[in-house]
Design a binder for this molecule. Structure first.
Ligand code: SF4
Ligand code: SF4
Length: 291
């Protein structure tokens, strides 16, 4: 079943009590001071769509896209509004309605979200090429002589934000299983996708902290993306596929905890229950009992 605001548990849409406590936390509201660019405004728009008072439109799609998905509003909200669930549902609906899509946006979505971020080995290979490009000084040289100005407009805008790729990725720093002197817990360590390419040293530090606290750390060298990128960008089917791969890799019954040091991944892992609630095989026992 395609995600839809109309089909979403209505109690989630009703959670917002319009108090405005989230407004100061929201960067898009801070930038424009427009209500429709605030969490409260967006929730009202989503509810209007769910109630049939507002049609899915390019303007609605724009508004959902303008949200950064940072979830600062969720932390600030005293009513515990499940904003990430609302945003993911709205974006998935916008995506399946094909709103505001151009040839270029479809192309980049296919290359990145549906391509690279579904294939961990390929992602590492591209990461290694990017590392070489940076390490050989080509990035600095191209910037200096202005070659980056020849990039298409959107890429040109993003190019300065290209992160520095790590020299070693997680499997070169962390063994698949590492044991402490006295084992008290058994945990799985999620290395992440971008986290692995850019902050593999922090993954190593995380493993060290876990070992120092008596955890046997399991870190499979090849791990799928957790699917947060896909869920946050309206790719609900891909998000479900990746969630299932992750559960297969880290069966929750075999670990005391699944550890991640990436905030977006951590938040998304906690939503696997609702994401897979309708799946006959993967729905958590709790969700099946509740159904
Ligand atoms: S996710 Fe971030 S940008 Fe979006 S409404 Fe919440 S605080 Fe604002
Ligand atoms: S999202 Fe939360 S903090 Fe923001 S207006 Fe609604 S209830 Fe208040």
């Amino acid at each position: 079943m395609k995600p839809s605001l109309k089909l979403l548990d209505y109690s989630i849409l009703q959670q917002c009590m319009h108090c405005g406590m989230c407004l100061p936390a929201c960067p898009t509201y801070d930038a424009t001071k427009k209500e429709r660019h605030s969490p409260r405004g967006r929730i009202s728009l989503m509810r209007a769509v769910a109630d049939g008072e507002l049609k899915l439109s390019a303007a609605f799609a724009d508004e959902m896209s303008y949200c950064l998905g940072c979830l600062a509003c969720q932390t600030a909200c005293p009513a515990g509004v499940d904003y990430s669930n609302l945003l993911e549902t709205a974006r998935a609906e916008v995506q399946s309605a094909g709103l505001n899509q151009t040839f270029t946006s479809r192309f980049w979505r296919t290359v990145t979200i549906r391509g690279l971020f579904m294939r961990p080995r390929l992602l590492r290979f591209v990461g290694r090429l990017l590392w070489l490009y940076q390490r050989l000084g080509l990035q600095t040289a191209f910037r200096k002589i202005g070659l980056t100005k020849l990039l298409p407009k959107d890429l040109r805008r993003l190019e300065p934000q290209c992160p520095t790729i790590a020299t070693k990725f997680s499997p070169q720093l962390i063994r698949p299983v590492e044991s402490p002197a006295k084992k008290q817990h058994r945990v799985a360590l999620l290395t992440g996708c971008v986290q692995d390419l850019v902050f593999a040293d922090i993954n190593r530090d995380t493993a060290d902290v876990l070992l120092a606290n008596g955890c046997e750390v399991h870190t499979p060298p090849v791990q799928p993306c957790c699917g947060s990128l896909h869920a946050h960008n309206g790719e609900a089917d891909a998000a479900k596929t990746l969630a299932k791969r992750m559960i297969d890799l880290f069966p929750p019954s075999q670990f005391d905890a699944i550890i991640t040091n990436a905030g977006g991944c951590g938040n998304h892992l906690r939503h696997y229950g609702s994401l897979l609630a309708e799946d006959a095989v993967y729905a958590p026992a709790q969700a099946r009992r509740a159904a």
